[in-house]
Every structure is written in structure tokens, then in C-alpha cells.
Design a binder for this molecule. Sequence first.
Ligand code: ADP
Ligand code: S3P
Ligand code: MG
Length: 201
Amino acid sequence: MVNTLSEAAASADPPEEEGRDAPLSIFLVGMPGAGKTTIGRHLARLLSNEFVDLDHELERRCGVRVPVIFDLEGEAGFRQRESSVLEECTRRRGIVLATGGGAVLSPDNRRLLHERGLVVYLRARVADLYARTRHDRNRPLLQTADPMAALQGLHAVRDPLYREVAHLTVDTGRVSVPHLVNRIVPMLRTYAREPELLCRK
Ligand SMILES: Nc1ncnc2c1ncn2[C@@H]1O[C@H](COP(=O)(O)OP(=O)(O)O)[C@@H](O)[C@H]1O
Ligand SMILES: O=C(O)C1=C[C@@H](OP(=O)(O)O)[C@@H](O)[C@H](O)C1
Ligand SMILES: [Mg+2]
């Protein structure tokens, strides 16, 4: 894996329609409820970038919501579709992409994310994730008798993967979305100026 954004820029496969000088994309990763969709939308607005949510893109293409894909094709079917859309979306430059929480499970997805853009891990405590997702019925993996235990299990498996794939990590606990966005933007700017200084995990 490359270690800095400049290496990422150099190693990324340029999309056919854009050259290597096109602006890099920002890829948000993290657990369900970390705030990828919400923060991604705000961040894109502030940066005047296009916002893409991987789940919404998948839903648009399939014509059904994520839980229906899980019902019809199981998690394995969902992951295949997710990987295919991720491969396409990560080719695009200058976007803010909110991934789904499980997108990092595939080693190929992790490689594409890390090599093609700047990956930001939105980190959150399991208790906060639980509070933010407990009333939402659109996350099939959390529709269990004990969603807190489900989140703990997912976090144990995935936290090392988010750390592995990320160029930057941002703690989201007890910080409002606007504050987080205002915190992330200067980090991105510093990183873009001096990428070697900010290769944090
Ligand atoms: N930093 C935060 N503080 C409080 N609530 C948040 C924060 N980030 C996200 N939320 C809320 O948590 C819920 C889940 O956020 P979402 O963006 O869908 O997460 P993800 O896409 O990572 O699963 C939403 O209702 C959102 O408004
Ligand atoms: O954690 C996961 O495996 C999933 C997270 C969801 O996205 P969010 O992380 O935006 O909730 C969605 O992709 C799907 O329900 C699977
Ligand atoms: Mg989301």
C-alpha cells in the first residue's frame, strides 16, 4: 500500500476522461452510524464537490432499498454489487464518497480506496453508534435482538481494517456534524499541501 496522498495520486489509475492532475477524491469509511453519509454531504457542499453515497448509488441502480437487496440476495449478493459500484465510483476524481460500513471487508476494495483517493476514517465509540442507529430500520445487520452486541462484533472485526485503509482518522464522539466538517477541511488542506506530514492512522 502507498503511504501518502502524493503516492496515492501517482499510483491511482486515472479515469479515461480525466488526467492525473484532476483533484483527488475523498473517501469516507467507518462503522454504521459513524456519520459518513451526513458528514460527506456537508463536506462536499463546503468543498463545492459532488457528493456520492455508495449505498444510494447502489439503490438507484437496483431500484430497491438496501434491506431488499439483503432479503433477495443475502449479504454475499449485496457485497458483490457494492464492490462493483465501488470500483466505478472510486475512478471518479474530485468527489466526496461516503462508503457503506462494510465496504472495507474486501481486500480489493481496501486497495482501490487507498490507492485512488484520500481515505478518512470517521471513528466513533460503539455506544455513540448505537445511539445514532437504534431507531433506523435500514441497516439489515443491526436488525437483531441485541444491536449493541452486533455493533461490538462488527467493530472488533472492522476497526483494524478502517485503520489499515485510512490516510486520516477523525474522532466523531460528542462533536456536532458542522464542527466535525470544520475540523476536517483544514486537515484535508494541510494534507494536500504537505502530504508526507499527515500520514496518520
Ligand atoms: N457527529 C454526530 N453527532 C450526532 N449525530 C450524528 C453525528 N454524525 C451522524 N449523526 C447522526 O447519526 C445518524 C447516522 O448517520 P449516517 O450519516 O447515516 O451514518 P453512516 O452513513 O456512517 O452510517 C444520522 O441520524 C445522523 O444525523
Ligand atoms: O456495515 C455494513 O455492513 C453496512 C452498512 C450500511 O451503510 P452505513 O455504514 O452507511 O450504515 C449499508 O451499506 C449496509 O446496510 C451494510
Ligand atoms: Mg451511510
